[in-house]
Design a protein around this ligand. Sequence first.
Ligand SMILES: [Zn+2]
Length: 425
Amino acid sequence: MRSLTHLKRALVAALACAVPAFAAAEDDPALLEKAQQIHDAAITVDTHVDIPTFFASPRFDMAEINVSPAQVDLPRMEEGGLDAAFFIVYVGQDKRTPEGYAKAMSTATAKFAAIHRLVSGDQKDRVGLALTADDVRSLHADGKSAALIGIENGFIIGTQIDLLDVYYDLGARYFGLVHNGHNDIADSAQPRLNLGDKPAEHEGLSDFGEQVVRRCNRLGMMIDVSHASKQATLDAIRLSRAPVIASHSSARALYDHPRNMTGEEMLALADKGGVIQIVAFDTYLIPVSEEKKAAFGELRKKFPFRTLDEIFGASPETKRAYAREIRSIQTKFPRASVSDMVDHIDYAVELVGIDHVGISSDFQGGGGIEGWNDAGDTLNVTIELVRRGYSEDDIKKIWGGNLLRVMAEVDARKGRAGRITSFFR
Ligand SMILES: [Zn+2]
């Protein structure tokens, strides 16, 4: 039982009475009550939350509600009933030079340190590090939030495969092969012309990428194919001896964006026992008009942030102005809603089955939609799932059961492949 259940109940009462923008007028209190009950009973896992390097420090105090563009902190996780989040060690793709690799490793190390600061600092009675699916369950049973660690962009190992072992020992439990721009492991779904990328560099996974898949299997680290090209995705799924995840991707059939998965990829992922975590990312869920793209182009000129540290490290006035401008673009142009996201969930469930679909936000990395704009709004997703007729068991699977099953299975299969196998190749 979570300590803030009464707050959530108050929220439901407020939803029922005030009927804010997102809650449809036809929702009766019984539906909202049922959604609240399921939401309380489920373990809700969000597989993608980005962080700056100074996360969980006085500059980003997780005990407080932080101003926009922050979307996740402990008060909002607790109020919204978001039980577990993968905080992301993300490094943008850069030149593959000794300096580029060194800088990537340095940023990665700072982000690992930040997540460890969260779970070992003042708030350690409120949030703990989860290294296994069972850890998530026991933290939840104790009424604590669970912090997990995922890696986004295999660039942070450079060409040194043993760094995978180091990052695993630091707590990473999924490894995103690639981000925007090819790296030494795999081709990206979105090549970077400014880094000299051709449409394809390895025609999928590289030889080194194959070693990486085997090493992840041996370690018991989930392989994440979000951001990988279609061929790299299919290669990784075929080669892996354990289920694979897509930590934050939606369905290409509903919106043809290179970051979304084709039916072929989704079926291969499910066939291997994996899970696709549908993502609350506006521009992957619905088409974006040229006018909206132009407005965001102007915004980028006005606020030329290159990294999350630059965004979150800006002065409060700059951050407020930035958030205001984003809000005005979002008001002017249609933005994806929770309903749009659940359309992608419906499609995926229909195609690959209820056991292979989950949810992610990409908060603080561009994620956030009408109705689920920060961790405090998380109940709205459950309300929409109930509205669509999903059962309590279905919702528990989608909200975290499936991901935790995959995590446990990848862990159970560790040690069966990897260093020895590749040694004899
Ligand atoms: Zn991403």
